[in-house]
Write a protein that binds this ligand. Structure first.
Ligand SMILES: Cc1ncc(COP(=O)(O)O)c(C=O)c1O
Length: 509
């Protein structure tokens, strides 16, 4: 029995919620909110417009590559945005909801996500590969909140998971295990058994040892495990060293040159494994198309060879598309993208599709994408309140109520998050460090940054915090995990409650 047979791709359908009137944040804007992005009011010429979300009719798949979003110009009055966060009437909003209202009602630190930004990113990426047989398998590790997963289930996304826990979440969100690929260098027996029982699409294995172990567990259960090996193409992703994964010195994948032999040995010796595909992922937060092109061009002949010799049916080219962190707020308006000179414009979804489509189109393989950050990164913010301003001899510190336990990216990767007061700033700026309350010198959100001079009692947003934010949060210093809110148009819902003091000691004695 072959577990995890590919589910037939469902027909695209009209998402009922999309037949609604556009939310105010999607419509033509005038007044204060159009000022921030520097865009003129009314319809704008745009570099890469978001999909007009109010239409929502089924998208016919074009035969040849056309930039799908451009094929449908937004209707008059519709003002596309790249994400749902902008100042409106002097206050920072998520879609149609005032963030200060949420902070007052639910307290801080508080994660807030924009549902329409998530849908829009998913759809634009799904359309970027045009007529190629493909699936966007959202990398659950980026943000695994059940309601985020449910949004993507409704879009018919696949899921890239890295643990039994993530598979459990996907199933709880209504996702189909047959659309799940299971990555990671160290899966346990319990995780493999669970995933086999659930019938996942493929185990993406990272070593010969792991492939043999998968074969052993599948034999014990009397089943055949569908698998793909992750090839390490030895391509420099030119990203932070902690999130670069496609070089020979990284722990990920099997050397490019060793792959054909491994597939040949596995076909002969591993009766309980069916090699169904090939996988790669060269790194995260890539802001140039070049490493993607280099990797795809290098690995495409190998994928073709494995298709001919072993009948593989899919090639996962991984995730890794980067997002804008430094100008996060301004990049929500398409005018920001237009204003960037060619060469300085960060990688766009359309550019990704245009570059890769002709290199993948002729292979006759199903192409999987595994984006995480791109889908949710700019769809989330972390709200935090300023507690004190501490003026030291050398520096001024703004002490806020969020810490590195709530958002660890600055401490872990020197990650940059733009900091924006919820009240639209008009006056002075000051060079400050914004720091949390944790007993670590690494507990800061910025150092020596010129920022609007927000005061104790005011709330600020740490932008682009939707990916690798809450999922990496911990109870360090015995601090409760923050609440999470999902905004959809003018509706805001608590999608995870703030932890209580009792939650903090649950299960202990
Ligand atoms: C195998 C694999 N696929 C996909 C991703 C998602 O990457 P990103 O969030 O940069 O798209 C990762 C991230 O670490 C990964 O390891």
């Amino acid at each position: 029995m072959l577990l995890g047979e590919a589910a037939p791709r469902p027909h695209r359908y009209v998402q009922p919620a999309l037949a609604r009137r556009p939310a105010r944040w999607e419509r033509g804007a005038s007044g204060p909110q159009s000022g921030h992005s520097g865009m003129p009011p009314g319809p704008a010429r745009i570099a890469e417009p978001a999909i007009p979300m109010r239409l929502g009719e089924a998208q016919p798949r074009p035969h040849r590559y056309v930039q799908p979003a451009l094929a449908r110009r937004p209707a008059r009055g519709y003002r596309p945005r790249m994400h749902g966060f902008a100042y409106r009437h002097g206050s920072l909003h998520c879609e149609d909801v005032n963030l200060q209202t949420l902070a007052d009602e639910h307290g801080t630190p508080l994660y807030v996500y924009s549902a329409n930004t998530i849908r829009d990113h998913y759809r634009r990426l799904d359309q970027a590969l045009g007529s190629i047989d493909h699936e966007v398998a959202y990398a659950v590790k980026a943000n695994s909140n059940l309601s985020v997963l449910k949004l993507l289930v409704a879009e018919h996304a696949g899921f890239d998971i890295v643990s039994g826990g993530e598979l459990f979440r996907v199933i709880k969100a209504g996702g189909d295990p047959a659309k799940c690929t299971f990555a990671g260098v160290g899966k346990t027996r319990a995780e493999i058994e669970y995933a086999l029982q659930q019938g996942i699409y493929s185990f993406n294995v990272e070593s010969e040892e792991e492939l043999r172990y998968l074969n052993e567990v599948a034999a014990d259960l009397g089943v055949i495990a569908p698998a793909a090996v992750r090839v390490n193409p030895n391509v420099d992703a030119k990203t932070h060293k902690y999130i670069s994964t496609g070089k020979s010195e990284n722990k990920f994948g099997v050397d490019f040159d060793a792959i054909p032999d491994l597939y040949a040995r596995a076909a002969k010796e591993l009766a309980h494994v069916k090699l169904r595909g090939l996988q790669m992922h060269i790194g995260s937060q890539l802001t140039s198309i070049d490493p993607f092109i280099e990797a795809v061009e290098k690995v495409a002949p190998l994928a073709t060879h494995l298709k001919v010799t072993h009948g593989i049916e899919f090639w996962s080219i991984g995730g890794g598309i980067g997002i804008v962190y430094h100008d996060s707020l301004d990049s929500g308006g398409s005018g920001w993208w237009e204003g960037k000179p060619e060469g300085e414009r960060p990688l766009t979804i359309a550019q990704y599709g245009e570059a890769l489509f002709p290199r993948l189109e002729h292979l006759g393989l199903k192409i999987l994408l595994e984006p995480g950050r791109l889908i949710v990164g700019n769809a989330g913010v972390l709200l935090t309140k300023c507690l004190f301003e501490k003026r030291g001899k050398a520096k001024t510190f703004k002490v806020v109520d969020a810490g590195m336990n709530d958002l660890i990216r600055p401490a872990l990767y020197e990650g940059h998050h733009e900091i924006a007061p919820l009240k639209q700033p008009t006056g002075e700026t000051r060079k400050v460090d914004v720091v949390g309350p944790i007993c670590e010198s690494g507990d800061f959100f910025c150092q020596d940054r010129e920022l609007p001079d927000f005061q104790p009692g005011e709330t600020v947003a740490l932008l682009s915090a939707g990916a690798y934010g809450f999922v990496m949060a911990s109870n360090y210093n015995t601090r409760p995990l923050p609440a999470e809110i999902l905004v959809d148009g003018d509706t805001a819902r608590v999608v995870r409650k703030r932890q209580t003091l009792d939650d903090l000691i649950a299960g202990e004695s």
